[in-house]
Design a protein around this ligand. Structure first.
Ligand SMILES: [Ca+2]
Length: 262
């Protein structure tokens, strides 16, 4: 701690005196003054620590419901508040583009970059903060030889820590993972030990709807209106961002991204 940041009160020199140096009444006053000074210093030091590490903030707010159609954003850009990033390495290409097949015309958000495994293109809506609620999106996988994966992200702290559920059109399955410190781990489905997500028809090049509802440690996944499975996990219990995710060489269009508290 930089001592120059701690202001010493004008009467601080008195605090160094031995209580035996004064009368009993003076001793009581000195003791009380010393206690007040220590408490004030603790508060000041605590505030400085909070500023330094960015913690100790008031509880994060809970976002109200919202929907992003990507139609008000210029082509080649991202909507306000959205950030393109990556888990691992590589150069994702997230951008709003025109799409003649868009559920809400004329534009969608598309990811067309390729990143090496096991990295993941990620696009976070930094303007959101949700602990409990839902996130939903329409997606269309366009191409990808290694993968055609489209994912929803919630409770994201940063590009290396979040929950993600993805549907894969090459594998025809839906899997829910946690990514912790950049490492992805599939989570067990409630009522079943082992296995890897659930098999589900994920048709390529058509619009599908993926939805996750999250309440405390319980997450429920639906694809095209059909409830598929639930998962329980408490790794990330705090509010975080929602967003979108792909994998490897997946080229995917997303539209009508919805979110909100329950
Ligand atoms: Ca749209």
């Amino acid at each position: 701690m930089n001592r120059s940041l701690v202001e010493i009160p004008p009467n601080a020199k008195h605090l160094g005196k031995s209580p035996s140096a004064g009368t009993p009444r003076e001793t009581v006053r000195l003791t009380a003054a010393r206690r007040r000074f220590r408490m004030a210093m603790r508060g000041s030091l605590g505030a400085l620590v909070c500023l330094a590490i960015g913690s100790c903030a008031s509880p994060p707010r809970q976002s109200s419901a919202g929907m992003e159609t990507f139609d008000a954003t210029a082509e080649g850009r991202l909507p306000a508040g959205w950030v393109s990033t990556v888990t691992g390495e590589g150069n994702p290409i997230w951008e709003v583009v025109a799409d003649a097949l868009a559920p809400s015309p004329p534009r969608v958000l598309r990811q067309s970059g390729t990143v090496p495994k096991p990295s993941f293109p990620l696009c976070l809506n930094r303007g959101t903060m949700l602990r409990d609620g839902f996130v939903e999106v329409k997606f269309r996988t366009i191409r990808g030889q290694l993968d055609q994966a489209a994912g929803l992200v919630w409770r994201a702290r940063d590009a290396a820590n979040y929950y993600i559920c993805r549907a894969n059109a090459l594998e025809d399955n839906v899997v829910l993972y946690k990514v912790e410190n950049g490492k992805r781990q599939a989570l067990d489905i409630l009522g079943r030990i082992g296995g890897y997500g659930v098999d589900a028809l994920v048709p390529a090049n058509v619009w599908n709807t993926l939805r996750v509802e999250f309440q405390g440690p319980r997450f429920a996944v639906s694809l095209n209106g059909q409830r598929l499975f639930e998962v329980e996990d408490s790794t990330f219990a705090e509010a975080g961002n929602v967003g979108l995710w792909t994998k490897a060489d997946s080229v995917v269009a997303f539209d009508d991204f919805r979110y909100g508290p329950r």
